[in-house]
Write a protein of this length. Structure first.
Length: 422
């Protein structure tokens, strides 16, 4: 299933590129961690740009949105493992009076998709599968042309040539087993509509099928494998594939507040009969799924996403060569920058698809990350490997200018957008 595909103008443009810790004291209604606003920035390659600091341009921008009621969530900037900025605004659960803070887990939607390729590459580096294996090497029940022609590499790189079977957005699932059975049956309905190797966009079967392969190779569920071999190895103790009952009762999970046609906000998990009026996610309610479909979604805290980013570059979760393979540029995006330049004002020097995440060169630096949108929530984590920065944005309320927040984060880390070279 294709959670949080965000197919609309702006959202689609952003997600085509898809984005890309100590707790401090409460200051001005926001959570603050890291360097103080009055500290002098060090000189040299490890300089901390003023706009990334507490009181800097990025901090002021998000604070203004929160004061206007347009942002509820957490933003975090970390430099070489040290938290520079951590701010929290709004309520995680309005009914119970739980405020957002860095320990709150937010719905990731498509921002959780790269966990699947990490799991696949772990098995590849162990020799338990190969990226050139076809779907039929590990799975049964697929159309012959899919089983024999579509490889794991095609699926991970978004070049399968498959279509998206229609989804039942109104169904309310009641168990993990029901979600898993539906996802597998749904994925097997995918048809080859273009030659394998043809670029595709937001094809949910490309997410579901690798998850099925992980299960076939390991003999465990995708959720259990990723929680044990990705989240736990990265030290992501607040991150998991939570179920709807946990979402309802655990005070450490942010509820998603969907905007309705009349302008009101409703708690998605407490109002399963209501869906989003957004024409690009019409009728969808993320809480109807008992647990996020294998290969998609999940819940994570901001510090945990920083830990994940650090683990990718530190050899914790993948050997260095396989980590490079995960984020290595594979499919060139078009002249508009594959979505980032269209979704924000920041020029992109070069943009590529990697394994379920986009990568690009912005202002002369690499930027790697993923974002996702669901009714009532949005998430983004970006890695700036040239300078050691990681940026995380997590929100739980519709109405925030999500692409612009990402743009402000980029400008704070990379500096003002420059004109593309010609």
């Amino acid at each position: 299933m294709s959670s949080g595909s965000a197919r609309g103008v702006g959202r689609r443009q952003l997600l085509g590129w898809s984005g890309v810790a100590a707790t401090g004291a409460m200051v001005g209604g926001a959570q603050l961690s890291g360097a103080g606003a009055g500290h002098a920035a060090p000189a040299g390659p490890d300089a901390v740009p003023p706009d990334t600091r507490p009181g800097g341009a990025y901090d002021r921008y998000v604070a203004k949105l929160a004061a206007e009621g347009r942002f509820s969530g957490v933003v975090m900037l970390a430099h070489r493992g040290r938290t520079v900025l951590s701010r929290s605004y709004g309520m995680a659960d309005k009914e119970r009076g739980v405020r957002n803070h860095p320990g709150i887990a937010f719905n990731l939607s498509s921002a959780g998709k790269p966990f699947g390729p990490v799991a696949v590459l772990q098995l590849a580096q162990q020799g338990r599968l190969h990226l050139w294996d076809t779907v039929g090497t590990h799975l049964k029940g697929f159309a012959r042309e899919v089983a024999e022609k579509v490889t794991i590499h095609h699926l991970l790189s978004g070049t399968s040539g498959l279509d998206n079977p229609p989804e039942d957005l109104e169904r309310v699932f009641q168990s993990r087993e029901e979600v898993r059975e539906y996802s597998e049956r749904w994925a097997r309905q995918a048809k080859l509509v273009a030659a394998p190797g043809s670029p595709t966009e937001h094809i949910g079967a490309e997410i579901a099928i690798p998850a099925m392969i992980v299960e076939a190779v390991t003999g465990t569920t995708y959720w259990d494998y990723v929680e044990e071999n990705v989240f736990r190895r990265c030290g992501m103790t607040g991150t998991a594939y939570f179920t709807r009952p946990q979402w309802l009762t655990d005070p450490h999970i942010a509820h998603s507040y969907m905007r309705q046609a009349d302008g009101s906000l409703v708690d998605a998990v407490r109002n399963l009969d209501k869906g989003s009026p957004d024409p690009y996610q019409l009728g969808k309610n993320p809480a109807r799924t008992f647990i996020d479909a294998p290969g998609d979604g999940g819940f994570a805290t901001a510090p945990d996403l920083v830990r994940f980013a650090q683990a990718l570059t530190g050899g914790t979760v993948l050997d260095s060569h396989y980590a490079e393979l995960l984020t290595g540029p594979k499919i060139p995006h078009g002249p508009q920058g594959g979505g980032l330049a269209r979704g924000t004002a920041a020029p992109v020097d070069a943009s590529f698809g990697a394994y379920q995440m986009p990568v690009g060169i912005v202002n002369g630096q690499w930027l790697k990350g993923r974002a996702g949108v669901n009714p009532g929530s949005f998430a983004s984590w970006n890695i700036y490997p040239d300078t050691g920065w990681v940026g995380v944005i997590l929100g739980n309320q519709d109405g925030a200018p999500f692409p612009q927040i990402i743009e402000q984060e980029m400008q704070a880390v990379l500096g003002p957008a420059r004109l593309p070279s010609r």
